[in-house]
Design a binder for this molecule. Structure first.
Ligand code: NAP
Length: 332
């Protein structure tokens, strides 16, 4: 087999017919990436919102080949079904499509919480359908059909949480699909996923939602200062705190135990730092900040963020200086 043939194999669609339920940021990105990469031959998209379905039709072939009116209709004959709705709605969608799934199809999702999603969907998975929950760890603060883009998953992780006994060929197929979208794939148990994500994603969102809310209350007194001087750290929290309210309500309700556990550890660390500050223990503060700085550098070193300072934000040009007048001389 020559090298050219290998390339051809790598570029061949992994999936013949892909159904995406939920045309928001993640569903829209999966659909666009599957089209752009050729990972799926045909992409069918649906959404419970008529406006979203209309918008997908307007966007056209870069997003979907077909738009279905219902989830049941969308999954007909699909080899891979990806449920991309808020975590709290996954069980209900699984119930709706249960009788319409093709035998041998792979059923997956993109939910940010895995234990509860697996629990809610599993009762509706028919025999002969391969259920493999997954979570692409990639996103932005935007939502809706216009928010997605094909490159969202490039160089990002997709965590699969298959239950024991799942057909290894189906796991490989889903892995190959995500790799064609540019993602790196790793497997773990749903419980471990939920603990890891509680600290890396869910707790930071809870802190951002809290701090932006607190500053907003202070804003009643000094509103203009909060907005005006937001570049001093607050601005970076506001990006996270602008994330979709429905999605994040569901994340905190469905990963409550792991987030509360991490929150407990966080409070202890906060108490330790507060004590150091109160006692004037500069060494303790310095040692802590040095350790956290190394973590940021580690993230940049493994390519999970840009090394550009201030997240690569552009700075405006210097103000143009008034043309300097030459010193007046005696000849003037
Ligand atoms: P989104 O942009 O709000 O999109 C979700 C879409 O699903 C909306 O169009 C929504 O319609 C639709 N929907 C809700 N219930 C539905 C149902 N029962 N049947 C069909 N469609 C339904 O949200 P997203 O950010 O893409 O999040 C989707 C999933 O991805 C969530 O489970 C989330 O945890 C996960 N995720 C998100 C991120 C992120 O950064 N945003 C990252 C990784 C994973 P309406 O607007 O009319 O309700």
């Amino acid at each position: 087999m020559g090298p050219g043939h290998e390339t051809e194999m790598a570029d061949a669609p992994v999936i013949s017919r892909l159904a995406v339920i939920g045309a928001g940021l993640i569903g829209g990105s999966v659909a666009r990436a599957a089209k752009a990469s050729g990972a799926a031959k045909t992409v069918v998209v649906t959404d419970s919102s008529p406006e979203a379905r209309k918008r997908v039709r307007e966007i056209g072939g870069n997003f979907a080949d077909e738009v279905a009116e219902t989830s049941a209709e969308a999954v007909k004959d699909a080899d891979l079904v990806v449920i991309a709705v808020p975590v709290g709605a996954c069980g209900e969608v699984a119930r709706e499509i249960s009788d319409h799934l093709k035998p041998g199809a792979i059923l997956s999702d993109v939910g940010s919480v895995k234990t509860s999603v697996a629990r809610d969907m599993a009762p509706f998975v028919p025999k002969g359908v391969h259920f493999i929950p997954a979570h692409p760890v990639a996103g932005t603060e935007n939502s809706g059909p216009d928010a997605g883009f094909a490159e969202l998953f490039v160089n990002r992780w997709c965590i699969q949480t298959p239950v024991e006994g799942t057909d290894p060929a189906a796991i490989e197929k889903l892995k190959a699909f995500w790799e064609m979208l540019g993602a790196r794939v790793e497997a773990m148990t749903p419980e471990h996923h939920d603990l890891v994500l509680a600290i890396t994603s869910h707790l930071p969102h809870l802190i951002a939602y809290t701090i932006v809310g607190t500053a907003d209350e202070l804003g009643e007194v000094t509103e203009s200062e909060v907005l005006k001087f937001s570049a001093g750290g607050f601005r970076d929290f506001t990006r996270i705190a602008a994330s979709d309210p429905t999605m994040w309500r569901d994340v905190f309700l469905h990963n409550k135990d792991a987030v509360l556990e991490m929150l407990g550890t966080f409070m202890e660390d906060l108490t330790r730092l507060t004590r150091a500050m109160r006692r004037g223990d500069g060494d303790a503060l310095f040692e802590h900040f040095t350790r956290t700085r190394a973590i940021r550098r580690g993230i940049v070193n493994i390519g999970q963020d840009s090394a550009a300072p201030d997240f690569g934000r552009q700075h405006g040009p210097l103000p143009i200086a008034p043309i300097a007048r030459p010193y007046a001389s005696d000849d003037d």
